[in-house]
Design a protein around this ligand. Structure first.
Ligand code: SDX
Length: 449
């Protein structure tokens, strides 16, 4: 990363301690775009104070050159290229190259990269046995976390990532194998035989082939559906320092191997407030059931006493329409039209829900717009994926973002182990009480029935 002195701006902030009358200068560092940052790395050493920012709403955890988000204007760029351009003109493997290497590939480099990825799609055959250890009704995300974490038990030749070659092999292996792992999780859950990848198929087509083909029939799929799948992966590829990417970075900062770090990212993505929202959106739409019921659920979403939230709405960064949601909405229309399902009741319900919510003051004032997850589930359901696979698909797209951010962190000379502090609000020091002198009443009520 650049030496910060090149990026410091002249007028630092001055922090004045009213109690001691002491003041402290805080340098301000300028990025290429977006908010400048207060460089508080010496704050505790100089003032004895921590900053306090649960959820990191105002905290830059690192610097990065991979993805830029402008939440106010609804802008998303990867290495400077707008998501709308990438979604309409690029393909997923080209976006993978861009995220990993920083620029769009030459034709020769594109050919070489595609060849590397398509010739590493198979799993070690012993890994296939690992699937058989899970219950058939295991959630596919539980299988993904387990299998990806186990990769480091099979690929010892790419865990010494101080070596650039091993680092790249690990990145390529994860991008190449994650669709195979996801497709196998689906096959296992429906009791069908695993389908091995075919190197002559494109990334998205290969994934659809491994997921939906059966040995007893020929497999054919519309190029429009393949394009929609490829675009789905592009739209999920990376998104700055979101919860799962921050998890990957924090795990990687201790020197954990990249496979373990990506498994940690998958675990974090699973949460319904994050990547699990696409599954939650469909469940919400099915619960709402009809356009007539929308006002009841809008009322629930606005009631702070009610835990119900409009899933697929709102975002920590976007206070405008998530640019990915716009592309996803168009893609949903294209897929449903291609499959003659334009009258899909869930899609009609989603369109009406969006229209009502975007005209409701509560959502307007809180700047709650549809996010990437609002329409993605409509596409996946129409393609035939069960809702339990939705976050798996998010993870397949996001793996390249996680591993690119991990690689950027590992290659950053100022990289150090992430170790946040806290505001302690527990007991002060107290004497140990012998059991005979303690309160007699029982407060433990978590007995297993
Ligand atoms: C992803 O970070 C990323 O980049 C993530 C992601 C990526 O690509 O990696 O973009 C992917 O995770 C998209 C988000 C998917 N999650 C959902 O759709 C779940 C529903 N959304 C919410 O849970 C929520 O909006 C979050 C978690 C997405 C964002 O939460 P914040 O930024 O912490 O905002 P908040 O919870 O403080 O909400 C601000 C206010 C609150 O009201 P007040 O307390 O101020 O009165 O808005 C309300 C919230 O109650 N609110 C909602 C709401 N989201 C926020 N009210 C109703 N429905 C919602 N969906």
């Amino acid at each position: 990363m650049a030496d910060y002195d090149d990026n410091k701006i002249d007028t630092p902030f001055t922090l004045f301690n009213n109690e001691t009358g002491k003041s402290f200068e805080i340098p301000v560092i300028k990025g290429t775009d977006g908010p400048d940052v207060l460089d508080i790395r010496k704050l505790y050493q100089d003032t004895g104070l921590f900053t306090y920012d649960p959820g990191f709403t105002s905290t830059a955890s690192c610097d990065s050159s991979i993805t830029y988000i402008d939440g106010k204007n609804g802008i998303l760029r990867h290495r400077g290229y707008d998501i709308n351009d990438l979604a309409s003109k690029s393909d997923f493997l080209e976006v993978c190259y861009l995220l990993l290497h920083g620029d769009l590939p030459s034709s020769e480099d594109k050919r070489k990269f595609n060849e590397v990825i398509s010739t590493h799609t198979m799993l070690h055959e012993q890994l296939v046995n690992l699937y058989r250890g899970f219950r058939r009704d295991a959630h596919p995300m539980a299988i993904m976390v387990g299998v990806v974490g186990a990769l480091s038990a099979f690929y010892h030749d790419s865990t010494d990532f101080s070596d650039i070659n091993q680092r790249m092999i690990a990145c390529h292996r994860l991008i190449a194998k994650i669709p195979t792992i996801g497709a196998m999780a689906y096959k296992y859950s429906v009791g069908q035989p695993f389908v091995y990848p075919k190197n002559n198929l494109s990334y998205a087509e290969n994934f659809l082939y491994m997921t939906f083909s059966v040995p007893t029939e020929n497999f054919e799929i519309s190029p429009k559906i393949v394009k929609a799948m490829d675009r789905f992966f592009i739209l999920h590829a990376d998104h700055e320092q979101n919860a799962s990417t921050s998890t990957v970075r924090l795990a990687g900062s201790s020197g954990a191997n990249p496979f373990a770090c990506i498994a940690a990212g998958i675990a974090s993505l699973w949460g319904p407030a994050h990547g699990g929202a696409n599954e939650a959106v469909i469940k919400m739409l099915e619960e709402i059931g009809s356009v007539e019921n929308i006002p009841i659920y809008i009322k629930k979403a606005k009631d702070n006493e009610d835990p119900f939230r409009l899933m697929g709405f709102g975002h920590r960064v976007y206070k405008n329409y998530d640019p990915r949601a716009s592309v996803m909405k168009e893609s949903a229309h294209e897929v449903l039209k291609e499959l003659n399902k334009l009258d899909d009741p869930l899609f009609q319900l989603a369109l009406e829900l969006e229209k009502i919510a975007l005209n409701d003051n509560y959502f307007i004032e809180k700047k709650l717009f549809p996010n990437v997850d609002f329409y993605s589930g409509i596409i996946l359901k129409a393609l035939g994926f069960p809702t339990s696979m939705f976050t798996v698909l998010f993870a397949i797209g996001r793996t390249v973002g996680w591993i690119s951010q991990w690689k950027e962190m590992i290659e950053d000379p100022i990289n150090k182990i992430g170790r946040p502090r806290q505001l302690y609000k527990g007991h002060n020091s107290r004497e140990y009480q012998l059991e005979s002198t303690r309160e007699k009443k029982s407060i433990f009520k978590w007995l297993w029935k």
